[in-house]
Design a protein around this ligand. Structure first.
Ligand code: GDP
Length: 284
């Protein structure tokens, strides 16, 4: 599903998010471990209303472990709480639950002092499209509960789903819009599948991917496409890949659209390994 975001939508979404956040004890902010900065939206921090927040770095299985560790350190140094998650294979999910419980403790103790006993900790999942929100909710609550929302007559958006005995999660996640302003961020979001932006030229997106892979994982490119020596420029590498894979049009020129599809599919299905597209060092 692609949602078109306009300023009016964004303002409305922000207000709704703010309202929901007031009802929870902890916010779980989802980021894509391959692009932990590009996949977040700072507007979330503006509406937290003092609620504690944990960053769940999703799809950790698809990212470069070394770079992910650097991000973890980077976030921790900035006072953020971080948990690495692979929701597809149920890794890090119980650790995330523990972290939510830890962060909720002061609020729950304050409630107890007011005489409110035994209320479950309430959490909410928030993130940009395709970051793994539904997958994580399903993992947290178990399939049966989450699925009931799809039955006719059951309205989503207002139910608390049980996560064990002491925790609940809102059945509908908060959807943040991706950042559009910076073209480099747009490329990263398009590569990882967070956006389908018609304003971005497909070949440009993949050229950016090739440039990033050339910079960060040249061996992966060499090995996958059997290129004994990588050319200097991204566009030359693009062309070489096209030739190796027989993506040609009449006259013998390279069919860049076809080559682009191959590279993007390889990246997304991890045929190029586990690759991160940004590192904390990049901004220094
Ligand atoms: P949402 O739009 O944020 O609700 O995202 P979804 O939960 O629908 O997930 C989008 C895609 O990412 C699906 O194909 C999921 O299977 C996949 N996905 C979600 N979490 C993970 C993860 O931790 N690892 C991997 N490899 N894939 C994941």
């Amino acid at each position: 599903m692609t949602i078109q975001w306009y300023p009016g939508h964004m303002a409305k979404a922000t207000r709704e998010l703010e309202e929901y956040i007031k009802r929870v004890d902890v916010v779980v902010e989802l980021a894509d471990a391959r692009i932990p900065e590009a996949s977040r939206n700072p507007v979330l921090n503006e509406v937290l209303s003092g609620r504690p927040k944990v960053i769940a770095m999703m799809k950790k299985d698809m990212a470069d472990d070394v770079v992910t560790k650097e991000w973890q350190q980077h976030f921790s140094q900035n006072g953020e709480s971080v948990v690495l998650v692979n929701a597809k294979h149920n890794q890090g999910v119980s650790k995330l639950v523990q972290e939510v419980k830890r962060l909720a403790k002061p609020r729950m103790e304050a409630l107890q002092k007011k005489g409110i006993q035994n209320r479950a900790i309430r959490a909410m999942i928030v993130g940009i499209p395709n970051v793994g929100k539904s997958t994580l909710i399903n993992r947290l609550v178990g399939k049966n509960q989450a699925d009931t929302g799809d039955k006719p007559g059951v309205t989503k958006g207002n139910r608390w789903l049980k996560v064990g005995k002491q925790m609940e999660v809102l059945d509908t996640p908060g959807i943040l819009w991706p950042k559009f302003e910076d073209p480099e961020v747009g490329y990263k979001l398009a590569i990882t599948g967070a956006i389908k932006d018609e304003r971005l030229v497909f070949q440009d997106v993949v050229l950016y991917l090739i440039q990033q892979l050339h910079k960060r994982y040249p061996e992966a490119l060499e090995a996958r496409y059997k290129l004994s020596q990588l050319p200097e420029e991204g566009v030359e590498i693009f062309e070489a890949i096209g030739r190796k894979r027989g993506c040609l049009i009449a006259g013998g020129d390279v069919d860049f659209d076809k080559a682009a599809e191959i590279v993007l599919r390889d990246f997304r299905s991890q045929k190029l390994g586990s690759c991160s597209l940004e590192a904390p060092m990049d901004s220094y």
